[in-house]
Design a protein around this ligand. Structure first.
Ligand code: PEP
Length: 247
């Protein structure tokens, strides 16, 4: 495995002034990180990130991408538009999009393929709800979600990033224990191993209330290759501590 990847997901937060202060604080403290680092911002702020981050150790990306190439899809954002603003990553299939926007496994897989077609790395989110975990369905749910992507993108599967995000841990302060997270990451790695000869090439991130205090123990697990960070990516000091823990 190459360097770990720490990606921030700002969700629907920020303003021009707040983003500038946050990014400048991150740039002031980041030095030469041993991990790969990225920030995924709301679409209106991608131009701002491009201006602030170009030439820095921090890459940037979007929180979604259209499954369509172009045309009559009001409100959607195409991958070529993301490319225009220098995005390296696009989060796809975040549980909030699956839950509030009806995104199915097939839509998520098509979005991943669309991103790949333009050289943007999709960060594909998978994860079970609390009810699914309690019904012992965690493994079958995440495997079903990843299988749709494997089926659609074929041999390009080595070009994606996977983020295991248990829905019950997102924004709740409840984190999966390192052992719980590792167990699911191992399942995902085995599934990737059945699809490619190079499963270790795929970063499998953990997301769900990762913070400065718990990052090191999660990132020490053999199949946890980084983190997708929501709330803690809105605080420069916390985010930088997570980046340091990934070094
Ligand atoms: C996320 O939204 O991807 C996430 C992991 O959020 P949080 O870190 O706030 O739980």
């Amino acid at each position: 495995m190459s360097k770990k990847l720490i990606a921030g997901n700002w969700k629907m937060n920020g303003s021009l002034a707040a983003n500038e202060a946050l990014v400048r604080a991150m740039l002031a403290g980041i030095g030469q990180p041993l991990a790969e680092v990225a920030l995924c911002a709301p679409a209106p702020y991608l131009a701002q990130l491009q201006a602030l981050l170009l030439g820095s150790p921090i890459a940037w990306g979007s929180q979604d991408v259209s499954a369509h190439e172009q045309g009559a899809y009001t409100g959607e954002i195409s991958v070529s538009m993301l490319k225009d603003f220098g995005c390296r990553y696009a989060i796809v299939g975040h549980s909030e999009r699956r839950q509030y926007h009806g995104e199915t496994d097939e839509i998520v897989a098509t979005k991943a393929q669309r991103a790949l077609s333009a050289g943007v790395t999709p960060i594909v989110c998978v994860g079970e709800t609390l009810a699914e975990r309690e019904a012992n369905e965690t493994e079958s749910v995440v495997k079903r979600q990843l299988a749709a992507v494997i089926h659609t993108v074929g041999h390009c599967i080595t070009e994606i990033v996977v983020a295991y995000e248990p829905v019950w841990a997102i924004g709740t302060g409840k984190t999966a224990t390192p052992e719980m997270a590792q167990a699911v990451h191992a399942v995902l790695r085995a599934q990737l191993a059945a699809a490619t000869t190079n499963p270790k090439r795929v970063h499998i991130l953990y997301g769900g209330s990762m913070n400065a205090a718990n990052a090191a123990s999660l990132l020490a697990q053999p199949d946890i290759d980084g983190g997708l960070i929501g709330g803690a990516s809105l605080k420069a000091a916390d985010f930088l501590q997570i980046v340091a823990a990934a070094g």
